[in-house]
Design a protein around this ligand. Sequence first.
Ligand SMILES: NC(=O)c1ccc[n+]([C@@H]2O[C@H](COP(=O)([O-])OP(=O)(O)OC[C@H]3O[C@@H](n4cnc5c(N)ncnc54)[C@H](OP(=O)(O)O)[C@@H]3O)[C@@H](O)[C@H]2O)c1
Length: 281
Amino acid sequence: MSAESAGTIALPTGEEIAALGQGTWYLGEDPARRAQEIAALRLGVDLGMTVVDTAEMYGGGAAEELVGEALLGRREEIFLVSKVLPGHADRKGTVAACEASLRRLRTERLDLYLLHWRGRWPLEETLAGFTDLMAAGKIRHWGVSNLDVADMAELATLPGGDAVAVDQVLYNLSRRGIEWDLLPWCREAEVTVMAYSPIEQGRILQVEALGAVARTLGATPAQVALAWVLQQGVVAIPRSGSPDHVRQNRGAADLHLPTEALDTLDAAFPSPRGSTPLEML
Ligand SMILES: NC(=O)c1ccc[n+]([C@@H]2O[C@H](COP(=O)([O-])OP(=O)(O)OC[C@H]3O[C@@H](n4cnc5c(N)ncnc54)[C@H](OP(=O)(O)O)[C@@H]3O)[C@@H](O)[C@H]2O)c1
């Protein structure tokens, strides 16, 4: 099966990536589920969910190994994202961590490499590591995760810091805080926003208003929650180890939420009324 378009969002360089991708947290940790998880990831790529997000942290490398196995021979079809742990994120540690991720992922380069969250190393150190990796052709873009406005503004003042491509943050119907300041900041600075836990790890799927909107549109709650993220112009990376759920999630890219649906969702999940610190999971 060839990849079908699921809609795209531009990186600051103008490169278009799939708006709907796939997460991998907790995948690769249970041998009994491995075959199904591999099938789910491969199906997602077949369906155009070609942004695949992983991290050295997930299962201590187990998720990266699963991705490496699942997508062997399909590297050119995907936009591969991984992350360096804050404790590894000095200049040399960033390079070493990336090289270890590349080995587990069975590839020679990442499309995007993120600082997982801000830790004890100065941002300059991580940036120097990213710059070394770019020069060596081991990563194509770099970015950050879980950085709020003040950290982003600081990063932008560093030499080369304005090349940050992505901020990956917690964003879904029940976590709308970024709409107050971080999302507008990123739009202004042309930093692409990637929403993690876009269905709140399943916790929002039972909310009655979401179910009501889904019934009206002939969709599922997960599809409505994902379509809502996509309609904000934000990349969504739902994780599923189930082919049925992956197929369902792909349907979100074809779902348009009309004004009445958006109003119902706004009433149940209000937008922020002021600045709140960035939440993380
Ligand atoms: N940068 C960071 O700090 C950070 C933090 C958290 C997550 N992430 C990334 O973002 C990805 C997504 O976030 P997440 O994994 O935390 O949560 P999520 O994608 O919001 O939710 C995942 C959960 O939802 C279930 N699910 C998926 N599709 C479903 C559907 N159609 N119907 C019902 N249940 C469904 C999955 O179970 P099944 O497997 O059974 O489908 C799983 O339990 C992660 O995997 C990771 O790659 C990044």
